[in-house]
Design a protein around this ligand. Structure first.
Ligand code: ZN
Length: 388
């Protein structure tokens, strides 16, 4: 399965002067009728054909065919397990990367000078990593859920005083701390205190900003009461599952909690964006203004409505983006080329520069953002801007 580190590595690959990179996102979800009996392979053929039609030079066509062949080979050799596939092939240097994904993806083929990572960036935002603490009187299990995938990180058994860590990286200090602690009795209280320590470790090691408490309601309520404020403020919900739950059961129970929290977050971000853009210089809204701020390196966080796609222009030299055509790039004077989806390009650029990206999918928040221009940004502070 795909990881955030891999997405960052893909995004940081060098950009070429000529088109040589083929990007594929393919929905292979077997709940879709069209995907049964490997129907997605036919869809892939169609996607490649429409990308091929736009290519003019014979050298470029040759580069495309090389990449297309490699990508088709990858898809053909893939057994259907996940919901989607992503593949990138660079015919300039022979680079190939392909992976399956456990989140829904829309079919897309891009042929360009660099990998198109926007759907992956959107997924990082949508499926933000959640830490899950599953506890009963005798057992503690800690998990992370990232990009639809649940992994068990710690499993502890309080009764038998046996501590088994499923992932041992960085766990030495905890193991010795727990051995010392086990000598004391006050079972439940100690277990809860121990759980707090483990949560701290999880947050530090796996960079989680959201926590879900799992287990019997009376146990999670007790744990919640024990958590220090800094941890309590990260709890986004509680679920009632058995301590022996499988990874699939945990994933099914946590997904709606994460989804609800993400929708709430989106509504407050859009409210804040619209208000700030109207009242201050901290934010801007609308395609032209947002692209301008991005070109000027003034964006701190990019916010866009999921359904917004619009064509635009990109400087062939400095990659500056524009909503309307001009004879030359306003920044460097080089020619501009047309791009099918300038919002997608903006997200790609923002991610590469380490700028935060927020995709708005909540119905209510999405329509108010679309009414305001569909895309906007929170900006760096004025003093930082003057200095740059
Ligand atoms: Zn330029």
């Amino acid at each position: 399965m795909i990881t955030i580190a891999e997405i960052q590595a893909l995004a940081s690959r060098p950009e070429h002067k000529e088109n040589s990179v083929l990007t594929l996102y393919l929905n292979i979800d077997q709940s879709r009728q069209a995907n049964l009996n490997r129907g997605f392979e036919n869809e892939l053929k169609d996607l490649l054909a429409s990308a091929r039609d736009k290519i003019q030079g014979s050298a470029e066509l040759e580069a495309f065919e090389k990449a297309a062949g490699r990508v088709q080979e990858f898809v053909a050799g893939h057994s259907v397990r996940a919901r989607g596939l992503a593949a990138f092939c660079d015919s300039a240097d022979g680079f190939f990367w392909g992976e399956e994904m456990d989140f829904p993806v829309e079919n897309r083929v891009r042929w360009g000078r660099e990998a198109s990572v926007q759907p992956l960036v959107a997924a990082i935002d949508e499926y933000e990593r959640v830490g899950i603490v599953l506890l009963d009187r005798a057992k503690l299990r800690l998990f992370t859920m990232s990009l639809g995938q649940v992994e068990e990180r710690i499993r502890e058994d309080f009764d038998t005083r046996k501590v088994r860590h499923t992932k041992t990286v960085g766990m030495d200090h905890l193991a010795s701390a727990s051995r010392a602690q086990r000598k004391a009795d006050g079972q439940v209280h100690m277990n809860l205190r121990h759980a707090v320590k483990d949560i701290d470790w999880l947050l530090g090691r796996h960079v989680t900003r959201r926590i879900v408490l799992a287990g019997l309601p009376e146990v999670t309520a007790e744990l919640r009461g024990t958590l220090p404020k800094r941890l309590g403020s990260l709890v986004i919900g509680e679920i009632d599952v058995a301590v022996g739950a499988t990874l699939d059961e945990i994933s099914t129970a946590v997904a709606p909690v994460g989804d609800r929290f993400e929708r709430e977050t989106e509504r407050s971000i859009v409210d804040n964006l619209v208000t700030s853009a109207a009242k201050s210089t901290r934010a801007t809204i609308g395609l032209a203004h947002t692209l301008h701020a991005l070109n000027q390196r003034r964006v701190w966080q990019l916010v866009y409505a999921d359904g917004v796609h619009t064509s635009g222009y990109e400087c062939v030299n400095c990659d500056a983006l524009f909503s309307s055509e001009d004879s030359a790039c306003a920044l460097c004077g080089s020619p501009m080329s047309r791009v099918d989806d300038v919002v997608e390009r903006a997200v790609d650029h923002a991610f590469r520069k380490g700028i935060g990206v927020e995709v708005i999918r909540d119905g209510e928040a999405e329509s108010s953002l679309i009414n305001a221009g569909g895309i906007g940004a929170f900006l760096r502070t004025r003093s930082a801007r003057r200095a740059s």
